[in-house]
Design a protein around this ligand. Structure first.
Ligand SMILES: Cc1cc2nc3c(=O)[nH]c(=O)nc-3n(C[C@H](O)[C@H](O)[C@H](O)COP(=O)(O)OP(=O)(O)OC[C@H]3O[C@@H](n4cnc5c(N)ncnc54)[C@H](O)[C@@H]3O)c2cc1C
Length: 265
C-alpha cells in the first residue's frame, strides 16, 4: 500500500522522481486494485502532465500520448484500425475509460491486449530517463532491455499509419484472461509476429517472421520453429496441453500471415 502520492506537473519531474520504491500512477487500474502486482511505497501521479496527452500525426506515424486511455484511442479518427482492434480486446467499458496505453505497456503482461499488435506493427516508444533525456526504442527493445529501462517514463507510443496487422485473441470470454494473443504485421515491408502467451512468453517471433517473409510455410513448418523456441515453454493448465497450445499458435500464425500477405480475408 502506497504511503505517499506526488502530483507531478511535468514529464521531467515525474521521470526524475521515479526509483525502485515508486510507481507511476496513470489510470490506476493496476496500482489501485486489490492484490495489485505493483508494490510501491510512493506513487507519482502522471495524470496532469500535458506532454503525455493527445493523439497526433507525426510523419508516417500516429503519435499517441502515454496517458491516452483505451477509449480515447478507440474514439480517435487518426488511430489505425489495427490498434483499435487490439484495444477492443479489453471488454470492460469501465476499464477502457481508465486504463492507459502507457500503463498497459509498462505492465508487460503475458496476456497483454496490446503487445502482439505493437510488436507486429513495430511500434516505437518515446522514453524519458531520470535526467530528462528522451530516447526512442521499439517495443521489442523495450522488452529486451527492460531491466535497464524499467524506471523510464513512457511519454508516447508511435504506430505506423500504413502497417497491415491482423490479430487473434483466445479466451473463454472477452472478460477472461487470454491463453494466447497473436498478431502478424507488415510494416516498412517487413513481416513481424508478436505473441502474448499466458504465463509463458511475451515476445516477437523473429525466426518465424523471417522464415514466413521468405516463403510460404506449412503449419507443420511453423510448428517446428515454435518447438525450437526455448522461450515458448508452454505448461499444462486449464487452457490445455503444451502440445495443443503450440499447435494453436502455429495454425494461428499461418492464418494471420496469410491475411497480412494478402492471401486470405
Ligand atoms: C481485472 C483486471 C483484468 C485485467 N486483464 C488484463 C488483460 O487480460 N490483458 C491486459 O493487457 N491487461 C489487463 N489488465 C491490466 C489493465 O489493462 C491495466 O491495468 C492497464 O492497462 C494499466 O494501465 P493504467 O493506466 O491503469 O496503469 P496504472 O495502474 O496506473 O499503472 C500500472 C503500472 O504501469 C506503470 N506505468 C503507468 N504509466 C506509465 C508510463 N507512462 N510510463 C512508465 N510506466 C508507467 C506504473 O508505474 C505501474 O507500475 C487487467 C486489469 C484488471 C484490473
Amino acid at each position: 500500500m502506497a504511503e505517499k502520492l506526488v502530483m507531478a506537473t511535468s514529464a521531467v519531474e515525474a521521470a526524475g522522481l521515479k526509483n525502485s520504491e515508486s510507481a507511476f500512477l496513470a489510470g490506476g487500474t493496476e496500482d489501485n486494485r486489490l492484490n495489485s502486482s505493483v508494490d510501491a511505497a510512493n506513487l507519482i501521479s502522471i495524470g496532469r502532465i500535458p506532454e503525455l496527452d493527445g493523439i497526433s500525426k507525426d510523419g508516417e506515424c500516429i503519435r499517441i500520448g502515454a496517458m491516452s486511455t483505451f477509449q480515447e484511442i478507440l474514439d480517435n479518427k487518426l488511430v489505425p484500425e489495427y490498434l483499435k482492434d487490439a484495444c477492443r480486446f479489453m471488454g470492460s467499458r469501465t476499464k477502457r475509460n481508465m486504463a492507459t496505453i502507457g500503463g498497459n505497456i509498462a505492465l508487460r503482461r503475458t496476456d497483454s491486449y496490446l503487445y502482439p499488435t505493437l510488436l507486429a506493427s513495430h511500434a516505437m516508444l518515446d522514453l524519458m530517463d531520470a535526467k530528462g533525456n528522451v530516447s526512442k526504442k521499439c517495443v521489442c527493445c523495450y522488452l529486451k532491455d527492460y531491466e535497464e529501462l524499467k524506471d523510464n517514463l513512457i511519454v508516447a507510443v508511435s504506430v505506423p499509419k500504413e502497417a497491415k496487422v491482423a490479430s487473434k485473441r483466445y479466451a473463454n470470454t472477452v472478460q477472461s484472461h487470454a491463453v494466447l494473443t497473436v498478431s502478424a504485421g507488415i510494416a516498412d515491408g517487413k513481416l513481424r509476429v508478436g505473441v502474448a502467451a499466458k504465463d509463458t512468453a511475451l515476445k516477437g517471433l523473429c525466426d518465424v517472421a523471417t522464415a514466413l517473409q521468405e516463403k510460404d510455410l506449412s503449419d507443420a513448418d511453423i510448428l517446428k520453429l515454435i518447438e525450437a523456441d526455448k522461450d515458448l515453454c508452454f505448461k499444462q493448465d486449464i487452457f490445455g496441453s503444451p502440445e495443443y497450445k503450440r499447435y494453436l499458435l502455429a495454425v494461428t500464425i499461418a492464418d494471420l500471415a496469410r491475411k497480412v500477405k494478402g492471401g486470405a480475408k
